[in-house]
Design a protein around this ligand. Structure first.
Ligand code: ADP
Ligand code: MG
Length: 393
C-alpha cells in the first residue's frame, strides 16, 4: 500500500516537473515574442515619425488678452475643411492690400489646450526614449506664448517640459520593471550675447569658461557645465525653478532678459533598449529669445548688442536647417553658439520640431507675418527633406 503511494507520488512529481518545464518554455517563447513586438514597435514608430517628416513645423496662436485689440477668427483663419484642414492659416492684416496664407504640419488655434499640443509632441519624446536625438524649439516674438508653451502653469496648464518629464519617467519605470535601466541626465543653460551661462551652477554669476565639445560618437558635452542625474519629475521641476531664478533680469521696453536669451534644457537618455542595444537619446527643449526686430525694442548700446546677437543666432538656426534639408556639403553650425551646441541633434535621423508662436494682437501683425515667413521657410525645408517616395502627412 505504502509502496503504491510512493510510486504514485513520484509519477505526479515527474508530471509536475514536466509541466513546469512546459510552462517555462511557453514563457520564454512569449518573452521572445514580446521582445520582437517591442523592437517592431520602435521600428514602426520611427517609420511613422520619418513619414511625418524629421523636420516638422507647428504654429500656435495664443488667446488674446483683454487689453489688446486682436484679429478675429475671420481674419486670422484656420482651414477647417479640405486637404489643409488644421494646417493652413490665412491672415488678413488691417489695411493690407492682400491676404497671406501659410501651410504647416499643424496649426493650433487660440482655444487649443496644452494637452492638445503635447499629444503631437509626445511622439517625439518617444523617439528620444528610443535613442534618437530630438530638438524642440519655441520661436516667436516676445509675448507670443513661447514660455507658456514650454513651461506653462499649474494643472491642466502644464507645458511641454513638465509633460515630457512625466512621459519620460513613466517610461523609465516601465523599462525598469523589465530590468532595463535608463539614466536621465539634465543640463540647463542659457545663451546670452553668444555666451553660455550655466543655470544650474551653484554660483551662476561666476566667470567660468564653457567650451562645447563634440566627440566622434556624436555626443556633445560642455566643459564645466553641471550635469544632474534626475530621478523624478518633481526633481526636474525644482531644477527649473533654480534655473528661472538664475536667469538675470535686465529690462528692455519689451520684456526682461529671459526674453533676450535662448534657454536650452537638455536631457540625455542613456541605457539599453529591449533588444539589448545601447541607446543614447537626447531631448533638447529650447525656449528661443524673442524674434522681434530692432525697431520694436527701441534698442541702443547693450540692448542693441543683444538684439544683434539674437538676430544672428535665429537666422543661423534657419540657415542650418535649410542647409541640412538641401543636403549641402557645408552646414554652417559654427555661425552661432546655439547651432554649434546642437550640432549632433540636428540633421540625419534626428528629429526637429519648430513650434512657431504668434500673437493675435493687431499691433503685432507685422511681427506675426515675419514669424510666419520664418516658419514657412523652415517648412519648405521640411518638405524638401521628406522622403519623396513617401506621402507626407
Ligand atoms: P513669450 O515667452 O513668448 O514672451 P509668454 O509665454 O510669456 O510669451 O506669454 C505671454 C502671456 O500670454 C503670458 O501671460 C502667458 O501666460 C499668456 N499665454 C500665452 N499663450 C497662452 C495660451 N495658449 N493660453 C493662455 N495664456 C497664454
Ligand atoms: Mg518667454
Amino acid at each position: 500500500m505504502q509502496l503504491a503511494n510512493i510510486v504514485n507520488d513520484e509519477r505526479s512529481t515527474s508530471q509536475l516537473i514536466a509541466r513546469l518545464q512546459e510552462v517555462k518554455d511557453q514563457l520564454a517563447a512569449r518573452e521572445e515574442e514580446l521582445l520582437h513586438a517591442m523592437v517592431t514597435r520602435r521600428h514602426l514608430h520611427n517609420t511613422i515619425q520619418e513619414l511625418k517628416g524629421n523636420i516638422r513645423v507647428f504654429c500656435r496662436i495664443r488667446p488674446s488678452s483683454e487689453d489688446e485689440s486682436a484679429f478675429d477668427d475671420s481674419n486670422l483663419a484656420i482651414d477647417r475643411k479640405g486637404e489643409f484642414a488644421g494646417r493652413r492659416l490665412e491672415i488678413t492684416p488691417p489695411d493690407a492690400p492682400k491676404k497671406y496664407d501659410f501651410t504647416f504640419d499643424r496649426v493650433f488655434a487660440k482655444k487649443d489646450s496644452q494637452k492638445h499640443v503635447f499629444d503631437e509632441v509626445s511622439l517625439l519624446v518617444q523617439s528620444a526614449l528610443d535613442g534618437y536625438k530630438v530638438c524642440i524649439f519655441t520661436y516667436g516674438q516676445t509675448g507670443s506664448g513661447k514660455t507658456y508653451t514650454m513651461l506653462g502653469g499649474k494643472g491642466e496648464e502644464r507645458g511641454l517640459i513638465p509633460r515630457s518629464m512625466e512621459q519620460i519617467f513613466a517610461s523609465q519605470s516601465l523599462l525598469e520593471s523589465k530590468g532595463l535601466k535608463v539614466s536621465i541626465t539634465a543640463t540647463l543653460l542659457e545663451i546670452y550675447n553668444e555666451d553660455i551661462r550655466d543655470l544650474l551652477a551653484s554660483s551662476p554669476g561666476a566667470k567660468i569658461e564653457y567650451k562645447i565639445k563634440h566627440d566622434d560618437d556624436g555626443n556633445t558635452r560642455v566643459t564645466n557645465l553641471c550635469e544632474v542625474e534626475v530621478f523624478s519629475a518633481a526633481e526636474v521641476e525644482s531644477l527649473m525653478q533654480q534655473a528661472n531664478a538664475a536667469r538675470a533680469v535686465a529690462k528692455t521696453n519689451m520684456n526682461d532678459r529671459s526674453s533676450r536669451s535662448h534657454m536650452v534644457m537638455r536631457l540625455c537618455l542613456d541605457g539599453v533598449n529591449e533588444a539589448g542595444e545601447p541607446i543614447h537619446g537626447a531631448l533638447n527643449l529650447v525656449d528661443l529669445a524673442g524674434s522681434e526686430r530692432l525697431s520694436r525694442t527701441g534698442a541702443t548700446g547693450d540692448r542693441l548688442k543683444e538684439a544683434q546677437a539674437i538676430n544672428k543666432s535665429l537666422s543661423s538656426l534657419g540657415d542650418v536647417i535649410f542647409a541640412l534639408a538641401s543636403k549641402e556639403k557645408h552646414i554652417p553650425f559654427r555661425n552661432s553658439k546655439l547651432t554649434y551646441l546642437l550640432k549632433n541633434s540636428l540633421g540625419g535621423d534626428c528629429k526637429t520640431l519648430m513650434l512657431v508662436n504668434v500673437s493675435p494682437s493687431l499691433e503685432s501683425a507685422q511681427e506675426t507675418i515675419c514669424s510666419l515667413r520664418f516658419a514657412a521657410k523652415v517648412n519648405s525645408c521640411a518638405l524638401k527633406s521628406a522622403p519623396s517616395s513617401k506621402t507626407k502627412k
